[in-house]
Design a protein around this ligand. Structure first.
Ligand code: Q9C
Ligand code: ZN
Length: 612
């Protein structure tokens, strides 16, 4: 199984022949820079290299009208003046005599990649193409895009390979409205896009790019739009978007193939996106997608106009596709307020369509992204006292709503707590489920007999509550829980045994501090033990990863953000990666959590992944 890299040098032929500041960023060097960087990094050599073929006109017809295809065919024979005149018929498009050939190669490259992955020639892959595709529509070029490469590939995978459900992840910084229009009423293709939106003030200025556009008719819920209302979104925002929006929905959709509209204008340095995510982030995004569809991930280049940022990001994606561990993400892994607003509004809009987003105590129903700053009440305003009173009232409602959003720093997780000391509950957020019930006394006693420590009073009470909590989790009544006990090691061992004998296929155990793997726990590969502890920790086997803490942090209770450097521990990361590669197949949840931990994402992401 390999990673396919589909490319053809002839796709560098098309270029802008006249002055147009809007279009000049889409230039041939985008491809040459990316390919050169792949060669320098020794990555091209590690891939199965495929020369792109042209898509046939019948294949283009899977998405585009025959008239539009003919019109595009005709551009090959036009003069520069005629090309410029035709370009003017569309929004942000230029044509060159070689455009038709390049655009057919771009679509053909996507088809070849799909063929390679769906026939098993390759495990996953990347097509490096131009012109890009995701803005292109049935009968219109748009935003540098001529044919909709990814949309054609999706239809082709369905027709040619009998694939039923396809997920399209569009991480380009622009809204791929072309893909949205093509599949908006089709429940067999789930389209996810995040995009710079700024309350509708960023190109392509469409109302239907907002979070409340969820699809039409039978396709309702199969369009997922995450509008960014501020520039400067970074690694934490992108990871939060994947963990709190895309992945819950995608797991539930259970795609057979993942296509990525892989634009890198969403990366730091890009003049169009003005975002802050670093190239490493794209390795993590790629890795997270590999838990879906048995790892059948086909990425196809869209935008990306900062040559250095583009090339580095492309390398990160290829490395992740090849299975290399992802480098650590730097910076505090805390999403911005505006990002959380966007995430909340898309979760609210999609909640009716996806059970994984239902969760009680959930999101406010008002979509904030459609509420432009001007329409929010301003402190100084014209108008009489009546108007002022109404405004004050609106302001109060809005600010209480915003307060709620603020309190709820991450989207809610249905969590239960089992505490023996009531005072401890005081420090917890108010919307957590307090669990007072215990498992039946006989059941608790049976387990307590295994350990001296568990017969002690408080430990026994805690064990009863923990067993009840665990039953709730295994039945799916709650998604996560917190318990306190004076006998952590013994309780943990009981929980592990109970979990393994009642419903869990595999258990991922993260132990903080001096907790040893229970000696007589069966070493049958069903338990993965991650121990984060003092610097003496060293023991490392495939199913036991120890992460030593070093420096001043070793003596303190680690805070989530301080863990970041330790996730980068190469031995742990590599051990995990090889483990998760060998264990491909079902167990996507464990792998989602694991790939994030083992491969260096932020603490908050890690916890979110684990708590699903
Ligand atoms: N300053 C792709 O990334 N110009 N197309 C927007 C806003 C058009 C982008 C102007 C951008 C098209 C594939
Ligand atoms: Zn773009």
């Amino acid at each position: 199984m390999r990673t396919a890299l589909v490319y053809h040098e002839e796709m560098t032929a098309a270029r802008l022949l006249w002055d147009d500041p809007e279009c000049e960023i889409e230039r041939p060097e985008r491809l040459t820079a990316a390919v050169e960087r792949l060669q320098q990094g020794g990555l091209e050599q590690r891939c199965l290299q495929l020369a792109a073929r042209e898509a046939s006109e019948a294949e283009l017809g899977l998405v585009h009208s025959p008239e539009y295809v003919s019109l595009m065919r005709g551009t090959q024979a036009l003069s520069t003046e005629e090309l410029q005149a035709l370009s003017g018929q569309y929004d942000a498009v230029y044509f060159h005599p070689s455009t038709f050939h390049c655009a057919r190669l771009a679509a053909g490259a996507a088809l070849q990649l799909v063929d390679a992955v769906l026939t098993g020639t390759a495990h996953n892959g990347l097509a490096l193409v131009r012109p890009p595709g995701h803005h292109s529509q049935r009968a219109a070029a748009n935003g540098f895009c001529v044919f909709n490469n990814v949309a054609i590939a999706a239809r082709y995978a369905q027709k040619r390979h009998g694939v039923h459900r396809i997920l399209i992840v569009d991480w380009d910084v622009h809204h791929g409205q072309g893909i949205q229009y093509i599949f908006e009423d089709d429940p067999s293709v789930l389209y996810f896009s995040w995009h710079r939106y700024e309350h509708g003030r960023f190109w392509p200025y469409l109302r239907e790019s907002d979070a409340d556009a969820v699809g039409l008719g039978p396709g309702r819920g199969f369009t997922v739009n995450l509008p960014w209302n501020q520039v400067g979104m970074g690694n934490a925002d992108y990871m939060a978007a994947f963990l709190h929006v895309l992945l819950p929905v995608a797991f539930e959709f259970d795609p057979e193939l993942v296509l990525v509209s892989a634009g890198f204008d969403s990366a730091i340095g890009d003049p169009e996106g003005q975002m802050q995510a670093t190239p490493e982030c794209f390795a993590h995004l790629t890795q997270l997608l590999q838990v879906l569809a048995g790892g059948r991930v086909c990425a196809v280049l869209e935008g990306g106009y900062h040559l250095e940022s583009l090339s580095q990001s492309v390398c990160m994606v290829v490395k992740a596709l090849l299975g290399d561990p992802a480098p650590p993400l730097l910076g505090p892994m805390v999403p911005q307020h505006s990002a959380l607003e966007s995430i909340q509004s898309v979760r609210a809009a999609q909640a009716p369509h996806w059970t994984s987003l239902w969760q009680q105590g959930s999101t406010p129903t008002l979509s904030l992204s459609t509420c432009s700053p001007e329409r929010r009440p301003s402190p100084v305003s014209p108008g009489g006292p009546k108007c002022k009173a109404a405004e004050a009232q609106t302001s109060a409602v809005l600010s209480s709503l915003l307060d709620r959003l603020h309190l709820c720093a991450t989207p809610p997780v249905r969590t239960a707590i089992a505490l023996t000391a009531p005072a401890a509950a005081m420090v917890l957020p108010p919307d957590i489920l307090r669990q007072e019930e215990s498992a039946p006394r006989e059941e608790t006693q049976a387990w307590a007999r295994l350990h001296e420590a568990l017969t002690q009073d408080t430990a026994f009470t805690a064990l009863g509550k923990v067993l009840h909590l665990l039953n709730g989790i295994l039945d799916g009544q709650v998604s996560s829980g917190i318990a306190t006990t004076p006998a952590a090691a013994s309780t943990l061992e009981v929980v592990l045994r109970q979990g393994l004998s009642h419903g869990a296929q595999r258990v991922f155990c993260v132990a903080l501090g001096q907790l040893d793997r229970p000696p007589d726990l069966a070493n049958d590969g069903r338990t993965l033990w991650l121990n984060i502890r003092g610097k003496e920790a060293a023991a490392l086997s495939t199913l036991h990863v120890s992460v030593p803490l070093s420096g001043p942090m070793a003596s303190r209770t680690p805070k989530l953000h301080s863990w970041l450097p330790f996730y980068g521990d190469q031995r742990g990361a590599e051990s995990w990666s090889s483990w998760s590669r060998r264990r491909a197949g079902p167990g996507a949840l464990e792998r989602a959590a694991g790939s994030t931990v083992g491969d260096a994402a932020g603490g908050c992401s890690f916890w979110s992944a684990v708590s699903w």
